[in-house]
Design a protein around this ligand. Sequence first.
Ligand SMILES: Nc1ncnc2c1ncn2[C@@H]1O[C@H](COP(=O)(O)OP(=O)(O)OP(=O)(O)O)[C@@H](O)[C@H]1O
Length: 329
Amino acid sequence: MDIELVGLTKRYGDTLAVDAISLKIRSGSYCCLLGPSGCGKTTTLRMIAGHETVTSGDVVIGPKAVGDLAPARRGTAMMFQSYALFPHLTCRDNVAFGLRMRGMPKAERNQRAEAMLRLVQMEALAGRLPAQLSGGQQQRVALARALVTGPKVLLLDEPLSALDPFLRVRMRAELKRIQTELGITFVHVTHSQDEAMALADLVVVMNGGRIEQAADPRTVFERPATAFVARFIGGHNVIALPDHRIAVRADRMLLGPEAGPDAVPARVVAVEYQGSAVHLGLEAPDLATDAAAPLLAIVSDRAFAERPLAPGDTVRVGWQAGEAHRLDA
Ligand SMILES: Nc1ncnc2c1ncn2[C@@H]1O[C@H](COP(=O)(O)OP(=O)(O)OP(=O)(O)O)[C@@H](O)[C@H]1O
């Protein structure tokens, strides 16, 4: 189901948590709300779910504004960071719980619960209690429980943050598979750029209660709209020119003889080996980077091996004109 936010605003006393945001999320897409702590992501999600009242503006799900509808009547389901499974119920009964509340007969609800457990690859452990499961397994059960009532929209609040990094990457692939298989709309709150880039069809970068940019991951990375987006997404240098700012991808910085005639001198201040690439921190007095951080240049391990650099070295740094991307703000 399509979701549309129209001038959606939330105030808590003097705090403007969400500031008149407007956004269209197409049916069947995977949308990530991305931004630093306190930017209003969770509040936005909770207003879509109906767990939070709206100060002004509208949430439209499918054909109708849902402002007056209780959470259970919006066609949405929510999955939380803490899995909140009932400890005394088996996986199967946890998943079937919502159907029991709706008065579905036992045989049918068990069948539906088993189908959902199959979808999340937990059918073999259907008879276990939550305490007998790992964190990742509990999370799969929580996902099955959120999906069992057939929501048109699944809302996920930092669903992967409690998992260790390895499991997080695996579960993230699972989320994407399940979303694609079901074809329903997912709205997923995260503060992780990697997670948003890996999962989303639509990345919504938020800052201070507003949307800085809403676009597909590639556009956000290749054409960040603002300096905030360029910095938050990472892998970019934000450079101030006399009348505007530009972003240049760190992996497009050119060093040494390749840097071209317009290159400027820089001093190497940091060298970080990252496996397939080497990250170089550079101080270039002729370039105004408006953050305190040094310039970043990412070079392949091979290129670095051919021409190694160490802290204290000087090198010329530049970029091809086409690689400079003008920022709106
Ligand atoms: N119940 C509340 N009462 C007062 N202020 C609140 C309440 N809930 C959130 N806020 C404030 O609203 C702003 C947005 O909070 P929100 O939880 O939506 O941010 P977030 O982007 O989800 O952050 P995080 O990643 O830390 O969860 C913050 O300044 C927060 O302090």
